[in-house]
Design a protein around this ligand. Structure first.
Ligand code: DHB
Ligand code: MG
Length: 226
């Protein structure tokens, strides 16, 4: 926590982030409106934003909007000609996200689609395959972990070489490698299926980076589409 506080004080200074106030609002308003406090941390949001800048991604897909906090970071990284399409299963949550996105002035760059990812992603895939929608160049999967592999499969088929796919929460305090958890917790089982399938998939190169932040110990999977 002290390291986060020290490094964030120097590297995530509010005065140097155009969206600082909007991000703070998205976080606090989401809590006021009853959403769980499980959005990415500021440093993780900035990592996503910078990854988008490095790769020049402009057409971003997110699964799992929650309050729109990560979508705001990603839209900021993509810049004025970027677009974020984000999928949220809960209508009340979508309303909160849209409020936060409007507060950030990003309603024209972030679109929240309502529905379960397991239905919305195949529909998006059909549109991409029919040429009715351009492929995505960056995907952030952060929804129901049971369906991680299905989301990843869809993401792969909606992206082109050199696109990047990130998956959140793949470590979960080390429970990823806890055999009992792998049996009893469908979220862990879903993530293990993802990691094991990705390792056999010649269409991507991937790595898991473990993270510590505040009291949390977790990690991202990052995949590069070949
Ligand atoms: C949970 C989900 C998340 O996406 C996250 O970042 C942390 C926790 C959860 O379902 O518990
Ligand atoms: Mg998450």
């Amino acid at each position: 926590t002290a390291v986060d506080q020290y490094t964030n004080a120097h590297l995530l200074a509010p005065s140097r982030n155009k969206y600082h106030e909007a991000l703070e609002f998205a976080h606090s308003n989401s809590l006021v409106r009853g959403l769980p406090d499980i959005a990415v941390f500021p440093g993780q949001g900035k990592l996503l934003s910078m990854q988008i800048q490095i790769t020049g991604a402009k057409n971003i897909l997110e699964v799992g909007t929650l309050g729109g906090y990560s979508a705001i970071w990603m839209a900021a990284g993509a810049g004025e000609d970027g677009k974020v399409t984000t999928v949220e299963v809960n209508p009340d949550t979508k309303n909160v996200a849209e409020e936060n996105i409007a507060h950030a002035g990003l309603s024209d760059r972030i679109t929240v689609l309502l529905g379960p990812g397991i239905e919305v992603l195949p529909a998006l895939l059909k549109e991409v395959e029919a040429g009715k929608r351009p492929p995505f160049d960056f995907v952030f999967i952060d929804a129901d972990k049971e369906n991680n592999l299905a989301y990843f499969e869809c993401a792969l088929r909606m992206t082109k070489p050199r696109s990047c796919i990130f998956v959140d929460n793949v470590v979960r305090r080390g429970r990823l490698v806890d055999e009992a958890a792998a049996k009893d917790d469908p979220r862990i089982a879903g993530t293990r299926r993802l990691i094991e399938a990705v390792g056999q998939d010649d269409r991507v190169d991937a790595v898991v980076i473990q993270t510590v932040a505040d009291k949390n110990y977790d990690g991202f999977l990052m995949a590069l589409v070949k």
